[in-house]
Design a protein around this ligand. Structure first.
Ligand code: PEP
Length: 247
């Protein structure tokens, strides 16, 4: 899978043009391609990808409650009714700027799954944690908390994105070895918790300065099943090249 996270970028006019350009360049991707678009564009972009087997849309966030007095929020039911297939949850920017923690993200993941929406769950350590060599403990704790209470069959609907925070938007990418090591560790954890069948079928994306010039190498690692792409997903040529880097 290759998922783009546009964050708070592109107007609706620009968003439509970007999706059309990517779909023109890669009409038949060999992998699932997901556009993580701003809320205001969800329905329009969904119309553009509708009926295509390998293109889908993700919301960038979702509220954990069913409905009610939560001004400015979107519910899982709204997203599903609009035809949206995925929701990005737990992105480091939401952890940092909106104070989201793994207990809250756990509620959101459960709520998404209850409605048949597939979460793309983001985890990853900050620089000081990596420098202290504690990344596996910290990411392990994030995963344990966020996925606690899920059943094995629900895991088949979850995508995990490992995004070291120090690599997001910085131009610094984790080395192939660093990515592979963490992905293998995540798969091991999922094996222990949910069994090897679930773990082997799990999609684990790498995110953090994925670009056309490093995507193929990262995706060639045995436990890296694709990428969650920020900056480079805003440029049709770059995003198309990253999609084509999946083998
Ligand atoms: C992201 O925000 O999920 C991300 C990976 O961003 P970038 O590719 O720009 O580092």
């Amino acid at each position: 899978m290759v998922a783009g996270n546009w964050k708070m970028n592109t107007t609706p006019t620009e968003g439509k043009a970007l999706v059309k350009a990517v779909m023109d360049k890669v009409p038949n991707p060999s992998t699932k391609v997901v556009f993580g678009v701003p809320a205001i564009q969800l329905m329009e972009i969904q119309e553009l990808v509708k009926g295509h087997p390998n293109y889908a849309v993700a919301a960038q966030n979702m509220h954990q409650e069913e409905s009610g007095a939560y001004t400015g929020e979107l519910s899982a039911a709204m997203l599903v009714d609009a035809g949206i297939e995925y929701v990005i949850l737990g992105h480091s920017e939401r952890r940092d700027y909106a104070g989201e923690d793994d207990d809250l993200i756990n509620l959101k993941i459960n709520q998404a799954l209850k409605h048949g929406l597939k979460p793309i769950y983001c985890c990853g350590e900050k620089l000081d944690i990596r420098q202290a060599g504690n990344q596996e403990v910290v990411v392990g704790r994030q995963i344990e908390q966020a996925l606690s209470s899920l059943e094995a069959d629900q895991l088949s609907q979850v995508v995990i994105a490992y995004e070291p925070v120090w690599a997001i938007g910085t131009g610094v990418t984790a080395s192939n070895e660093q990515a592979q090591q963490m992905h293998a560790n995540i798969r091991r954890m999922i094996t222990n918790q949910f069994g090897s069948e679930v773990a082997n079928n799990l999609t684990i994306l790498y995110g953090g300065s994925v670009k056309p010039n490093n995507a193929a190498e990262l995706f060639a690692e045995p436990d890296v099943d694709g990428g969650l792409v920020g900056g480079a997903s805003l440029d049709a040529d770059s995003f198309a090249a990253i999609i084509n880097a999946v083998r």
